[in-house]
Design a binder for this molecule. Structure first.
Ligand code: DAK
Length: 258
């Protein structure tokens, strides 16, 4: 499959990578680019040889937001009628973990698409922000909700209402990202995390991802019940039998992802 706006590869065993590739526009997210991202991510998700995905841009920009030049020509009704799961970056619906490798600008929709991933690895130059307020709009793909849950109300308000940017180190301190690495190491760090997940049982990883994401959606009691159900599903898997047997026999487990 060849794409116009993204690059797709497998940088390590079991790891699929999607790279946004509009460097002249700082990887601004236009509609065809988002369609390609969606298609490539779904293809990796359906590929049994892939256990985890990386979504990234380039060193200068992860993504500087939705494409303002494209949105400039659109009406309210255009936005309503083209609103889709793609626009809302629903990576929680994928069964495999998605790791954002973020360097440079992660602004507006670029920040939101990173927040929609399961984990974020940042380069030291990463810059997170929601500058929509400068355009007379507000975040529309999860920024007001995911940033508030991740950072708390006070800081989320400042970022969204006043265009306060977060540096990589601040993002780490506030728990927005998993780790920060130098520019020439952040991609390897992201690949390393992806590989660690990809080497586990895909069944268990998928059930665990689903249960963690549920914590955002429910009360504690409902979340605990949901976790228990996922635990019991994992307990019925072939990989549970293999994992426990391998431990007792002091060998590496051979997952069949069943
Ligand atoms: N859209 C289109 N083009 C962009 C862009 C963007 N978001 N960001 C940068 N570019 C383009 C610039 O226009 C320029 O193109 P040329 O003029 O060379 O043709 C090129 O990328 C390089 O940018 P600059 O010359 O501006 O580079 P600088 O280093 O000087 O500045 C910057 C970098 C990131 C500070 C600056 O480019 C900037 O402020 N960019 C805009 C950032 C921004 O406002 N982002 C938020 C966009 S609004 C929705 C869900 C979500 C959204 C919308 C709808 N639905 C559910 C329907 C999301 C909305 C947004 O993200």
């Amino acid at each position: 499959m060849s794409y116009e706006y993204i690059l797709v590869d497998r940088p390590a065993d079991g790891v699929g990578r999607v790279r946004l590739n509009r460097p002249q526009a700082l990887n601004a997210l236009n509609s065809p680019l988002m369609d390609e991202v969606n298609e490539a991510m779904l293809a990796f998700n359906d590929d049994a040889t892939i256990g985890a995905m990386i979504l990234t841009g380039d060193d200068k920009a992860f993504a500087a937001g939705a494409d303002i030049k494209e949105m400039d020509g659109k009406s309210q009704i255009d936005m309503l009628m083209t609103d889709s799961l793609v626009d809302r970056f629903d990576f929680a619906a994928l069964t495999k973990p998605v790791i954002a490798a973020v360097s440079g600008y992660a602004l507006g929709g670029g920040c939101e698409i990173a927040l929609a991933c399961d984990m974020i690895v940042a380069s030291a130059t990463a810059l997170f922000g929601q500058p929509e307020i400068n355009l007379g709009i507000i975040p529309g793909a999860g920024g007001t909700q995911r940033l508030t849950r991740a950072l708390g109300k006070a800081l989320a308000m400042e970022i969204i209402l006043t265009d306060r940017k977060l540096s990589a180190e601040e993002a780490l301190r506030y728990g927005l990202v998993n780790r920060v690495a130098p520019l020439d190491e952040y991609m390897d760090a992201a690949i390393s995390i992806a590989q660690k997940a990809a080497r586990r049982s895909q069944v268990a990883v998928s059930l665990a991802k689903d249960a963690v994401n549920k914590a955002y959606e429910t009360t504690l009691a409902e979340g605990l019940a949901y976790e228990r159900r996922n635990f019991l599903v994992a307990f019925g898997s072939d990989d549970k039998v293999e994992g426990m047997r391998a431990f007792i026999e002091k060998r590496r487990p051979q997952w069949t992802n069943r």
